[in-house]
Ligand binder design. Structure first.
Ligand SMILES: NC(=O)c1ccc[n+]([C@@H]2O[C@H](COP(=O)([O-])OP(=O)(O)OC[C@H]3O[C@@H](n4cnc5c(N)ncnc54)[C@H](OP(=O)(O)O)[C@@H]3O)[C@@H](O)[C@H]2O)c1
Length: 385
């Protein structure tokens, strides 16, 4: 298909452009220069890479936590909430990591912008409010996370409500070890994911299985389905990205290589699919046997804990996301052990004054309180081996 014929250029803002999802998003944009225009780029502190991106993509606007002149390479500084709300913006790729992504995401939805959502922490924090914001603003939320994307693709074209979502989990870096044996694991070991290459926080969250609980909470809101109709199964090969069961017992699965490029491209180009020679392909014959195992939830205390508080609702999920962000930082900087992550998160949540029917501001404040109180309790600690 000739992409230059009758295909309007999509005007994009990429939040978190210097990260794993952000750089892969720009890879897809690079492959289809006639299809996308970058209106805004937003990053944190990787100024060297960000400057290169500004020079290459020449967005009209940028925002950064780094130190860059307000006018750089023809781009102009503007606050992120203003960038995502600009009238010319069609789609915002939410690929910042952590709770800081909520405000720009809400600003984008309030302005009626479609959202490609990778930043799962924000839908954990305020799933109900996000979905309501999208409905009221007439915006689409397009999954840019592999498991929800798989579910979405299985549901495409279906008119019946699913009876069950089956989310697959690789099991993370320590899938063949007991929880008790993990007290001495180092951040370097936890950062070695068996099948996916991702940013550091999600990789640690994958090792604790916190990430899998986040995906259950994300799917609960994204597909408007009760928690008890969402299962998780261990699938070591990470080829089946998730499955959907219907009332007649039919199960649809979405398969793909362990690459986020397809997932990102599908979110950016929805509903079209296009050839892209940069996308890895899956060969059904050589992929070998696919296995599925029950997940023994008692082996993964973070998974159980996160689901418990995800189901409680109110500001608990936001406090959960904030406490997890702090606990991952504490582990990554040698302040707590890997096996202390669930206890540290649990003790913050036990002290949280929950608000039952929160606003966006309440969710942001709950996450801020939770991160700060978790860090302040443990920042002085050092692991003695
Ligand atoms: N990586 C994956 O394969 C994958 C898959 C599914 C879902 N996700 C989700 O996608 C999100 C991003 O993951 P990732 O792996 O791409 O993370 P990452 O590689 O750590 O990248 C995070 C990005 O966010 C930016 N950032 C961090 N704090 C910021 C702040 N306060 N303000 C503005 N920008 C900020 C970083 O900027 P600097 O680097 O410049 O500081 C970077 O661009 C996460 O929520 C993750 O759970 C990731």
């Amino acid at each position: 298909m000739d992409l230059t014929v009758n295909t309007p250029v999509k005007k994009l803002v990429v939040l978190g452009s210097t990260g794993s999802i952000g750089t892969q998003t720009l890879e897809v944009v690079r492959a289809f220069p006639e299809r996308f225009e970058i209106v805004g780029l937003v990053n944190g502190r990787n100024t060297e890479l960000f400057k290169k991106q500004l020079e290459e993509f020449k967005p009209v606007f940028f925002d950064t936590l780094g130190d860059i002149d307000a006018n750089y390479a023809g781009s102009q500084f503007a606050p992120v909430e203003e960038i995502v709300s600009r009238p010319e913006v069609d789609l915002v790729m939410a690929a910042m990591v952590g709770c800081a992504g909520l405000l720009p995401v809400i600003a984008a939805l309030n302005a009626g912008k479609d959202l490609a959502l990778a930043n799962k922490e924000v839908i954990v924090m305020a799933g109900d409010l996000l979905m309501k914001g999208a409905r009221e603003g007439g915006a689409m939320i397009l999954p840019a996370d592999s498991e929800p994307s798989a579910i979405w693709q299985c549901l495409e074209g279906e008119t019946s409500y699913p009876s069950r979502l089956i989310i697959t989990a690789s099991g993370g870096a320590f899938r063949d070890r007991t929880w008790e044996s993990l007290s001495d694991v180092t951040p370097e070991q936890a950062l070695k994911h068996p099948t996916w290459s991702m940013g550091p926080k999600i990789t640690i969250d994958s090792a604790t299985l916190m990430n899998k609980a986040f995906e259950v909470i994300e799917s609960r809101w994204m597909f408007d389905i009760p928690f008890d109709q969402i299962d998780v199964t261990i699938h070591r090969q990470s080829i089946v990205h998730s499955m959907v069961e219907f009332a007649d017992g039919t199960i649809k699965a979405q398969l793909g290589p362990t690459s986020m490029l397809q997932v990102i491209q599908h979110a950016l180009m929805y509903p079209d699919r296009h050839e892209n020679s940069a996308l890895p392909k899956l060969d059904a014959v050589s992929m070998g046997a696919l296995t599925f195992e029950d997940m023994d939830q008692s082996l993964y205390p973070c998974f159980e804990l996160a689901l418990e508080y995800g189901k409680k609702g109110g500001t608990y999920p936001a406090a959960l996301a904030g406490a997890d962000e702090a606990a991952v930082e504490l582990f990554s900087t040698g302040k707590i052990r890997f096996t202390e992550i669930p206890d540290v998160v649990a003790s913050t949540l036990a002290n949280h004054d929950v608000i039952a029917d929160p606003s966006v501001d309440d969710a942001i404040e709950a996450a801020r309180w939770s991160t700060e109180s978790t860090l302040s309790r443990h920042n002085h600690c050092t692991i003695l081996s």
